[in-house]
Design a protein around this ligand. Sequence first.
Ligand SMILES: [Zn+2]
Ligand SMILES: [Zn+2]
Length: 334
Amino acid sequence: MKIKAHAALTAKSSLTPFEYEVGELGNEEVEVKVSHCGICHSDLAMIDNDFHFSSYPLVPGHEVIGTIDAVGNGVSKKIKIGQRVGIGWYANSCSSCDWCTIGKENLCIKAQPTIAGRHGGFAEKIRCHWKFAVPIPDGLASESAGPLMCAGSTVFAPIYEFGVRPWMRTAVVGIGGLGHLAVQFLAKMGCEVTAISSSHDKDAEIKKLGASRFIATRGTNELAKAIGSFDFILSTVSADIPWVDYIQALRPQGRLVICGLPENEIHFPLFPLLAEKSVSGGINGSPSNNATMLDFAARLGVKPLIELFPVQQINQALDHVRAGKARFRAVLEM
Ligand SMILES: [Zn+2]
Ligand SMILES: [Zn+2]
């Protein structure tokens, strides 16, 4: 059988129609008929080989929503044909290491990204290990659920894993695809949320998502004045920002989580960290994190703001995201 998809045939190229042959479904594997797929900046980074592990032809797409089309041997009985599921950054893992055993497959050293060494969701169908096809609650529309699978997962996992609590004062740096979801998750949990952006342009829009305070960083001293303000800061930006200022904006025992991927190494002195502060990395959630995140989003109405593109406009949609024009996430309708 052949799967029709859209692929970059070489690094930095636009996507062209591409078909690839698949054999019988493997053990514990499912096949998903794709209805929607969000566009993430990591799709562009993989097309461009920015992470240095792309292989071509490369079918991007790792915010995949669709329905189960076929199941292989050994798939959990809770997965049914026709069921709606979502697939994020990971599509498989070793199933036997310490991390896989405790349901933290996202930390498995052999975890397989959905679009590296396998083909992603800009396609009519996609295959993955059944564990990574997470059921979508009825309350979530498919087009909204797409961006939750990577953008939502990336910001929710550290909020969950690092024990953010409702009484905490929190801040989100960068209000884009990831940031506008982080603001909603934290606000719905009951936290005080400060949105930190280069300007005050999006304040009114972000206030509607639940932020109550705003800091603009470009040409102001607002961040410097916020010294000792936050228990938890989640940075979603890929720019090189003044990290020491953000560490100083933490309260004692506060944590700065860096979810974006700045190009350059990060340097900071130890002294501002001494009050038991932490700086952490963040990674896409495990399937279990993602199930909790989707349930939370459905119950509390966390929803990405999206722009929908028909799949025929796939290259226009990618250009739109590349130009930084997406408000706040572009989603393809297959
Ligand atoms: Zn493993
Ligand atoms: Zn992503």
